[in-house]
Design a protein around this ligand. Structure first.
Ligand SMILES: [Cu+2]
Length: 130
């Protein structure tokens, strides 16, 4: 899977920008692919949705993907996670690439999609920032 993730390079982006490094994240039904370790600081999460469904991406500081659920049992309790949510993005339609700028301190973070049932379906990834 990894070689596919590296081949984004649209229009002369070089892997770094004024706001820090660029980290490629890929979402699909129903998984999230992201680097396991990234350097701390400012970065751009370049999120590509490979669909076919629309997705979203939330970034929360958490030890593992054992996140609290709402009473519906289908979505993560974003209310219960505040203020540990450090970024959020709706990816919109498939094949769309969107950037999310975040500043991450060293620690462990979970990327997840909180559309109904998607987290349970496997749309979460743990990244270590150091
Ligand atoms: Cu999703």
């Amino acid at each position: 899977l990894l070689p596919l993730l590296v081949a984004v390079g649209c229009g002369g982006t070089s892997g770094t920008s004024a706001s820090g490094s660029v980290v490629s994240v890929t979402e699909r039904d129903f998984s999230i692919s992201a680097p396991k370790v990234v350097p701390a600081g400012e970065m751009v999460l370049r999120v590509e949705n490979q669909g076919p469904d629309p997705h979203e991406l939330l970034v929360v500081r958490a030890r593992n993907a054992d996140l609290p659920l709402r009473s519906d049992g289908l979505t993560v309790s974003e209310e219960g996670l505040q203020p540990r949510i450090v970024g959020a993005l709706a990816t919109g339609e498939p094949q769309v690439v969107r950037d999310l700028s975040v500043r991450l301190k060293p620690g462990r973070y979970v990327l997840f999609c909180n559309m109904s049932g998607h987290f349970m379906g496997g749309m979460h990834a743990l990244i270590v920032v150091r």
